[in-house]
Design a binder for this molecule. Structure first.
Ligand code: NAD
Length: 566
């Protein structure tokens, strides 16, 4: 049953066609009957989800891999495990979170009692994106279940295999009365958004975030918006450059850069900018450059790159560009021990497809304006990318990302490609790309990159970096690599972002104890742990006062002089 797969049809648990209103009313009815309120029920659902992830985690990871080549280990580590940890954190605490909290009352009202109690909001709509399709669907659901809400999940149409697996498994493991999974894209989401949900939890880009908030306004539905943005990294001369390079490379290139809190660009001081760029390229190569355990596939003289190259002979079939000269030699055993140059111009991705087809061994090419690229010898006839490296989600994003590469025909673009700069449209891989000498006006600096491209800009010092960041919309995360406590404190006090990481990209999203969310253009509201429980709850104030004696008469009118002095 692949009908919804091509985007034209939708389904929930019970129908083939989406009836948003019926889906909402079904869940609303469940909520009104009080099915989801007992803590016992909530714990049972969390248990069921834990069981689902333990028994079916590998299946979900395979679905994510089928959708865009994300390594299954990565999904287990960063999606399945994080969701399990959230469940294990939330479950033993939810009784305490949901319990009454007594609050002292004003003396004029005495004797009286006051307390707060967290009640479930009702039916929540969770709209999830494709980039961490399991985590960003299930983690909000965990918090909503803890709060006692019913959930309608709308996973992304761009990761259809995962979305379908989620639908099947949620249907099988969780209480069907309280959950629905709706498949579809903009149209189906639009239908859902017409319903009077009690909360909308949206993760994705800011453009759709605005659509969601506008629709929510019609029903005064509260929203959580988990958006993105250009998250900066500042690195100065005091930093441990090797560690900084490794962590930045990991944060940027994991999931092929399709991570909302990934370092989007680096602001480096001039003393270390070039050195840092080389080290990031090397670190990327070590992480993503191996092919079937081998790490010798493609090298640049100016630094290694993270893609396996298989190059075969004829000029016209060279990937990444046009051959302009070719004086290669081969050694007897067919391996390229003896490297000679094959010169290739940069960025002609139109020849990529040819390259994957045919040919005989080539040894080494020179690629790009001043970079030298080395291939190992060839064993088969296609590009082999590291199995630790994800693909780009679809052609539209692939083309968008390739258009951000510096253009060698454009003399105004002074950017240097330290590594990468090319991709393979057939498989939708883009090599980890590090750029230096990038201007703030370059296309790559205008929008969130959301792919494996890392521009490095030079700034004079921390002052200039802080001014640069504060001149732009508030990002989802900001990272600082510096040994100076003064510099770190200044970033904490003088910049605003969803989160701030010292020497640590991405780390803040991995703890259920830390609220996760954006600010300004990067979103509103937060979740994970207690923050998530609160987001899906209404904290109700309750007061109570005995009727006898009626001490409130102290403040009843008429207002005598004595009452004025109370
Ligand atoms: P996406 O394309 O999967 O869209 C997100 C959701 O919105 C999907 O469920 C989609 O069906 C729905 N949608 C798309 N168009 C719509 C429309 N016109 N009307 C109503 N709904 C619509 O994901 P995306 O937007 O490409 O995600 C990438 C963005 O998400 C990036 O900006 C990234 O930074 C951000 N993001 C943020 C977080 C976070 O936790 N803050 C996490 C992941 C991604």
């Amino acid at each position: 049953d692949d009908r919804w797969y091509n985007g034209s049809m939708s389904a929930n648990h019970y129908d083939d066609s989406l009836d948003a209103e019926a889906t909402f009313h079904r869940l609303d009815g469940t909520f009104r009957r009080g099915v989801t309120r007992p803590l016992r029920w909530r714990r049972a659902q969390l248990d069921a989800m834990e069981r689902m992830l333990r028994e079916q985690g590998a299946r979900l990871a395979r679905a994510v891999h089928d959708d865009f080549g994300k390594p299954t280990t990565e999904t287990m580590l960063m999606e399945i495990n994080l969701t399990l940890e959230e469940i294990r954190f939330v479950r033993p605490r939810l009784a305490r979170w949901a319990a009454r909290r007594p609050k002292p009352m004003h003396w004029l009202l005495q004797p009286a009692a006051g307390w707060t109690v967290a009640e479930p909001k009702g039916v929540a709509l969770v709209i999830a994106p494709w980039n961490y399709p399991v985590l960003l669907s299930l983690e909000p659901m965990v918090d909503a279940i803890a709060a006692g809400d019913c959930v309608c999940l709308k996973p992304s149409e761009l990761s259809p295999k995962t979305s379908r697996a989620l639908m099947t498994l949620i249907d099988r493991y969780l209480d069907r009365r309280a959950f629905a999974v709706v498949q579809g894209g903009a149209r189906e989401t639009g239908e859902l958004l017409k319903q009077p949900f009690d909360h909308i939890f949206y993760t994705g880009g800011g453009k759709v975030g605005r659509i969601v908030m506008e629709a929510a306004a019609k029903h005064l539905t509260p929203v959580t918006l988990e958006l993105g943005g250009k998250s900066p990294v500042f690195v100065d001369g005091t930093a441990n450059l090797d560690v900084a390079a490794r962590r930045i490379a990991w944060g940027r290139f994991v999931n092929a850069g399709q991570t909302c809190v990934a370092p989007d660009y680096v602001l480096a001081t001039p003393d270390i900018a070039d050195d840092l760029a080389e080290r990031i390229a090397k670190a990327a190569y070590r992480m993503f450059g191996n092919v079937g355990g081998r790490r010798d596939a493609v090298m640049y003289d100016s630094g290694p790159v993270a893609v396996a190259g298989r190059h075969y002979g004829r000029r016209e079939s060279v990937a990444f560009g046009r051959v302009v000269s070719d004086d290669r030699r081969r050694t007897d055993d067919g391996y390229a021990h003896d490297y000679d140059d094959v010169h290739v111009t940069a960025d002609d991705s139109s020849t990529t497809r040819d390259w994957t087809n045919s040919g005989r061994p080539g040894n080494r090419q020179t690629y790009g304006r001043d970079d030298h690229m080395t291939y190992d010898d060839t064993h088969d006839s296609r590009i082999v990318w590291s199995s630790s490296y994800a693909r780009i989600i679809n052609d539209r994003h692939y083309d968008r990302l390739m258009s951000l590469m510096p253009n060698s025909d454009d003399p105004s673009s002074a950017a240097h490609i330290i590594c990468g700069g090319y991709g393979d449209r057939a498989s939708r891989h883009i090599a980890p790309t590090v750029l230096t000498h990038v201007s703030p006006d370059a296309p790559v600096m205008q929008e969130e990159i959301f792919g494996p491209i890392l521009p490095i800009l030079t700034v004079a010092d921390a002052d200039a970096a802080i001014a640069f960041i504060n001149d732009r919309p508030r990002p989802l995360a900001c990272y600082v690599f510096s040994r100076s406590t003064i510099v770190r404190r200044r970033f904490e006090r003088e910049t605003s972002s969803g989160a701030l990481g010292f020497n640590l990209p991405l780390g803040h999203l991995m703890s259920s104890r830390l609220p996760f969310g954006g600010v300004g253009a990067s979103g509103m509201g937060a979740y994970h742990g207690y923050a998530g429980f609160l987001e899906f709850s209404h904290v109700k104030t309750v007061v109570a006062k005995p009727t006898f004696p009626d001490t409130l008469s102290l403040i009843y009118p008429p207002y005598t002089k004595r009452k004025r002095t109370l």
